[in-house]
Design a protein around this ligand. Structure first.
Ligand code: NAP
Ligand code: GCO
Length: 284
């Protein structure tokens, strides 16, 4: 194989993925480890960190994991100091940790609103800020944010999440603008609808065993008529973390099976016998 593919290698890089005990964060970390990176991750409690460590060990990955709530600056600053002392300065930061609350806006409390904004928008600010001093000295650093279809579109019940993910798109552009001079690239992954615990409620079978209406809806909006798998996002995550993407900065790269390009079809026209996906055990 020619030298060109070395541009996609993460050999020797220190990759910090926030909230990476399961879901998309775990998938990104596995892809990074298999591309040569050292994995560092945090989650909100020891049980989840232990769960994540077990998942990495199962895959032969030696990871550094610790409890750290991305909304608490003191915890994040300590986490980064510990990582820099024990593992090395951070080359790749994926601001993956996120929550969603599906509540009609007129029924949402300010506390619920703030909880989502704190994790999904302020968390990436806090984590990026904590890493930047060493990143500015080091250069050749990647910051990758977890944007979303809701960085571009709204829908009922996700006002706080959409506001956070829209803000995260602009934070991505602003980190690009302010720190590109230090050879730091900040981009975002914009997944479509992916089968993870976060979206499991949208696929739950109805009491009569029929498909969740939202499941049918999303398939009618996706040309491939399927939900994404976490594996679908691994290649893009590696690309945006690698030297191959050094001249891409401030971009949200949507990986959505075509949802954002397709007006959709009548959900009633779908033939479930043709669906090629979703065994809920895969939605880890
Ligand atoms: P997920 O299954 O809910 O996992 C999110 C992870 O973040 C969990 O480990 C969670 O731990 C952790 N976390 C939550 N709050 C935290 C905090 N304050 N500090 C540290 N960790 C925290 O989500 P996912 O589906 O893998 O999605 C990952 C990211 O991609 C999220 O930002 C999400 O918004 C975004 N995204 C997802 C989709 C999708 O379709 N799945 C599409 C577009 C974008 P807990 O278990 O304690 O909550
Ligand atoms: C929802 C979903 C979405 C996905 C993702 C889509 O309730 O609409 O949770 O928000 O999580 O963000 O890109």
């Amino acid at each position: 194989m020619g030298d060109f593919l070395k541009n996609f290698s993460l050999e020797g890089k220190v990759a910090w993925i926030t909230g990476a005990s399961y879901g998309l964060g775990l998938a990104y970390a596995v892809a990074y480890a298999e591309s040569g990176a050292k994995i560092v991750f945090n989650d909100i409690n020891q049980e989840l960190v232990d769960k994540g460590m077990a998942e990495y060990k199962k895959r032969g990955i030696e990871a550094y994991g610790a409890v750290c709530d991305v909304t608490k600056e003191d915890q994040v600053q300590k986490f980064v100091a510990d990582v820099e002392a024990k593992v090395g300065t951070i080359d790749i930061l994926v601001n993956n940790a996120g929550i969603i609350k599906r509540i009609p806006m007129h029924e949402m409390s300010v506390e619920q609103w703030n909880q989502v904004i704190d994790v999904d928008l302020t968390g990436p600010f806090i984590c990026s800020k904590a890493g930047l001093p060493a990143m500015m000295k080091k250069g050749s650093v990647k910051i990758i944010n977890a944007c979303s279809m809701m960085s571009e579109f709204g829908r009922e019940t996700v006002s706080a999440y959409a506001a956070a993910k829209g803000g995260l798109k602009m934070l991505t552009r602003n980190i690009c603008s302010e720190y590109g001079q230090y050879n730091i690239q900040c981009n975002a992954i914009g997944p479509g609808y992916i089968a993870t615990p976060q979206t499991a409620p949208l696929r739950e079978k109805q009491a009569d065993g029929s498909m969740h209406p939202f499941d049918r809806f999303i398939r009618s909006k996706t040309p491939a008529q399927r939900w994404g798998k976490t594996e679908d996002l691994m290649g893009l995550a590696v690309f945006l973390a690698s030297p191959a993407s050094d001249f891409i900065n401030g971009q949200v790269v949507y990986i959505d099976g075509g949802i954002s390009a397709y007006i959709g079809q009548d959900p009633g026209n779908l033939d479930p016998s043709k669906f090629t996906d979703i065994d809920e055990s895969q939605a880890q």
